[in-house]
Design a protein. Structure first.
Length: 346
């Protein structure tokens, strides 16, 4: 063997050894990471005890503000926070529904309530002034940004009606941000006045529609993805002021918005969903890879975790499957609408 051949065979050996060690190292790193994440997911979901709301001022005369509080998930947030000993400010569109829930809460849980009815989609400054006026002297510690709107049925973006497009962005984004600008300073001052013995909490409802780019729900999908970045950024800003900020990610829940009435393994009712959310606040559950983000319901958590680990939420495969699913939902919804219209005619 010539000298040159010897040198090149040593070089080859170094490179191949380097590659093998490199691949092994990456493999060990990935397996360790996956094992730790899986352990953390199981720990969050099934082992850690439920959060004690004394930490957020429960049973000490403090208040929670809940938007979209007259139905579905928001109504459950109001009921369950009241059951923990918080007074509740209920906000939504329909005065009569809010009055019924307020009476129910006061009778059942012996806490105080205040109601504010307005249409969030109008984005009028009087809306925010009314919230500010109502809460200015209240020790508010919790804000639940729950109000939201989706498309009435899945629709191609280019065919989305102007009003639907504007309402989704106004309700899910503009109004949510403006309400937070009114309520968060009151929470910060409550926490400061109570000598930081308690913490503040701001939860905002995200969605699998925002987690995964969702064809045929493009505007809703974008609006919820916006909330992800905004809420996580806010979490960093408000942490030094003693306020925990978290985006709550949910797959389907039975409600007027989802138009689903029957529960299943993957689809809880609002009571089950909110119980899981409030018990696990401050944890990530299915959202292991995201700061200040929580996918709290256990089957949703496994779905979120599985998709992230397998293909990723921005993958072509996830997008294609989502496209097929929502296209088929649209076809069925259009058929149903046509059938109902025909029945009405007869
Ligand atoms: N349900 C799901 O499958 C699901 C999944 C993921 C995320 N989410 C999110 O969870 C949140 C709640 O959804 P949900 O299913 O519980 O909805 P829902 O049952 O339809 O309830 C919506 C609530 O918001 C209020 N609201 C709607 N439009 C309003 C407006 N323009 N002005 C004032 N209030 C308004 C409603 O008040 P009125 O009763 O007065 O109309 C009601 O209290 C939303 O942010 C949604 O995006 C839901």
């Amino acid at each position: 063997m010539s000298l040159n051949q010897l040198i090149s065979s040593i070089k080859d050996c170094d490179v191949s050894q380097f590659l093998i060690y490199g691949v092994l190292l990456v493999g060990v790193f990935k397996v360790t990471f996956l094992t730790l994440n899986t352990a953390s997911l199981l720990f969050d979901l099934f082992i850690l005890p439920s959060v004690n709301y004394k930490k957020y001022g429960a049973k000490q005369g403090n208040w929670a503000v809940v938007t979209g509080a007259s139905d579905g998930i928001g109504k459950e947030y109001a009921l369950q926070l009241a059951s923990k000993g918080l007074n509740i400010v209920l906000i939504s569109r329909t005065q009569s529904k809010l009055e019924l829930i307020a009476t129910d809460i006061e009778t059942k849980y012996k806490v105080e309530t205040k109601i504010i009815a307005f249409d969030v989609s109008t984005d009028e400054s009087t809306n925010y002034d009314r919230i500010a006026e109502t809460i200015k002297d209240l020790p508010v510690t919790i804000l639940i940004n729950n109000v939201g709107q989706s498309h009435s049925i899945p629709v191609p973006f280019l065919e989305t009606e102007d009003k639907e497009l504007r309402d989704i962005i106004t309700i899910n984004n503009t109004a949510t941000l403006k309400i937070t600008q009114v309520v968060a300073p009151i929470i910060a001052s409550t926490v400061a006045k109570q000598s930081k013995k308690i913490r503040g909490l701001i939860l905002t409802m995200g969605s699998f529609g925002g987690l995964l780019p969702t064809p045929y729900l493009a505007t809703y999908s974008g609006s919820k993805a916006f909330l992800q970045a905004w809420s996580s950024a806010l979490a960093g800003e408000l942490k030094p002021q003693g306020i925990d900020v978290e985006l709550i990610i949910s797959y389907l829940v039975t409600s007027a918005m989802s138009k689903i009435r029957r529960t299943s393994l993957l689809i809880p009712n609002p009571k089950q969903f909110v119980k899981a959310t409030l018990n696990g606040v401050g944890r990530r559950n299915g959202a292991q890879e995201r700061y200040a983000t929580n996918t709290p319901y256990w089957t949703h958590a496994f779905m979120h975790f599985g998709i992230e680990q397998a293909v990723g939420v921005y993958s072509k495969l996830a997008n294609t499957l989502n496209y097929d699913m929502h296209k088929s939902i649209r076809t069925r919804a259009l058929k149903k609408a046509a059938r109902l219209a025909a029945e009405k005619k007869d």
